[in-house]
Design a protein around this ligand. Structure first.
Ligand code: HEM
Length: 358
């Protein structure tokens, strides 16, 4: 049962502290690599680099092109897809090289994460330093990491279809969501190795529901943000707080069938992201207020306040990204700081875990 936290608690009890700390540090290191990967992924998308490598070659692709002939071969492949014909026609081999590198670095970093994780896992495993109850979860993480690579390719492949110049927004959101899930599982597992469940309930009345609400809304805002990115909805309605002079933009419910408005209608997708972000900010601020009033200084209060600060920062960055019409550096920062919000949510949720039963 990989997700049963009691298994992990039992594992924690069995693991000597120093060993648990070492394993925890390793998982946090890998989570750090995933965080960098999310930022590189944002930059890759925003520079229009993501479709520049048309092959799925997990092993051979580890080397970049080393000869002129190899560059030419990859460029010729790229010239066959609609994105080249519709957007980049005639930009030449030099233009191709410019968009190539970020996608290559993104894939290289993915391989690096895989190698670091497999290498570290084998090291801990062979030395008998993994609590038995934790092994299924660590293997699950390995499987999910491999799946993420395949999802990445599944997403890229959608960008080669006729008349498309970008990838499917649904696949983009799945890829982004899986990155958040991987990061979340790594951090949660690491935290659980470091800190067993509390003996006494650390949460004053009302705080746990408020933090759960803020965390749930933050995840919803992130997935909605993925659709903003996926359909380039940030390049319209570049005013805040109104959208073309209205709170709810015109054409909010224009598409048929109705559910399409949630994923394909620029006005609705952007409005929903704003709304969810604002609700997250309100819930996180309320949780911070409760923590400030009802808890003494310390880890639990700090975690809840930290979540609110991260959400406030991300909110401000979102508005700045929108007003500046999505420059690459701000969009990338907004994507990276989403992971900070997730970290804040995980820390706060973990600090507020209920006491072990019995
Ligand atoms: C709780 C607060 C927020 C969270 C967790 C959040 C999260 C995200 C995420 C995960 C994405 C997709 C990845 C990316 O950046 O490309 C995104 C995109 C975006 N968000 Fe937010 N966001 C928040 C607040 C806001 C606010 C308040 C605005 C503006 C009013 C905003 C504007 C945007 C825009 C314009 C994009 C698309 C950027 C692009 O095309 O790269 N965000 N957001």
């Amino acid at each position: 049962m990989p997700f049963d936290s009691r298994t992990l608690d039992a594992a924690h009890a069995m693991a000597p502290d120093a060993q648990a700390r070492a394993l925890s540090r390793f998982l946090l290191f890998v989570a750090g690599l995933v965080w960098v990967m999310v930022a590189i992924g944002g930059a890759t998308r925003l520079t229009g680099s993501g479709l520049s490598i048309m092959e799925w070659a997990p092993l051979a692709g580890i080397l970049p092109p080393l000869t002129d002939a190899e560059w030419q071969r990859l460029y010729d492949l790229y010239r066959t897809i609609p994105q080249y014909q519709l957007m980049n026609q005639g930009f030449g081999l030099d233009g191709f090289k410019e968009i190539f590198w970020l996608e290559w670095i993104h894939r290289f970093w993915g391989r690096l994460i895989g190698l670091a994780y497999v290498g570290g896992l084998a090291w801990f495993w062979l030395r008998g330093r993994i609590p038995p109850g934790l092994k299924p979860r660590l293997l699950l993480l390995l499987a999910l990491g491999g799946l993420q690579g395949a999802i990445g390719w599944f997403m890229v492949a959608s960008g080669f279809e006729a008349d498309r110049t970008a990838v499917s927004p649904y696949r983009l959101v799945i890829h982004l969501g899986m990155a958040f899930l991987l990061f979340g599982l790594l951090v949660w597992t690491a935290l659980s190795l470091l800190r067993p469940r509390p003996v006494q309930d650390p949460a004053p009345a009302g705080l746990r529901p408020a933090v759960h609400l803020a965390a749930g809304l933050a995840v919803a805002a992130m997935l909605a943000g993925g659709f903003v990115a996926g359909i380039r909805a940030g390049f319209d309605y570049n005013t805040f707080p109104l959208m073309e002079g209205r709170i709810v933009p015109q054409g909010y419910w224009l598409l048929e069938p109705a559910w399409k408005n949630l994923t394909a209608n620029v006005a609705a997708v952007q409005f929903n992201h704003r709304l969810l972000a604002t609700a997250t900010l309100a819930a996180a601020a309320w949780a911070a207020f409760l923590a400030f009033r009802r808890l003494p200084r310390g880890r639990v209060r700090g975690a809840v306040m930290g979540l609110a600060i991260a959400v406030g920062l991300q909110y401000a960055l979102g508005v700045a990204t929108l007003l500046a019409v999505v420059p690459v550096w701000l969009g990338t920062l907004h994507q990276a700081v989403a992971v900070l919000v997730l970290t804040g949510a995980l820390l706060a949720l973990h600090a507020l875990r209920r006491p072990a039963p019995g």
